[in-house]
Design a protein. Structure first.
Length: 106
């Protein structure tokens, strides 16, 4: 004695509503199993020790002192050299008219 498919689907629908699960009679892959797993980021991040003693950390702790960052100074010098050669980033357009003047039709 076989039970009709519609009756089984109705039972599944009610079961999913009662137990707060996803009703998916066609068994389409929706990724809910992955989304319900615990996040791995915090456990991976806790494996590594916290970074202390960085230049950014020292600047935040002691804002009254001027802390020198060699890497940042090198980068700023590189940017200034590039700008002097005309290889720097283009200026941002402040108004709509400035940005439209380069989009003329030919």
């Amino acid at each position: 004695m076989a039970v009709p498919r519609s009756r089984v689907l109705d039972l599944m629908r009610v079961q999913c509503r009662v137990f707060n699960t996803t009703y998916n009679p066609e068994r389409i892959r929706v990724g809910s199993r992955i989304l319900h797993q615990r996040l791995k980021g915090p456990s991976v991040a806790s494996y590594y020790p916290p970074r202390i003693g960085t230049v950014k950390h020292l600047r935040k702790l002691y804002p009254e002192f001027e802390v020198m960052d060699d890497a940042e100074e090198d980068w700023l010098e590189h940017l200034n050299v590039a700008k002097s050669r005309g290889k720097g980033a283009p200026k941002k357009k402040r108004t709509a008219a400035e940005s439209k003047k380069f989009h003329k039709k030919r």
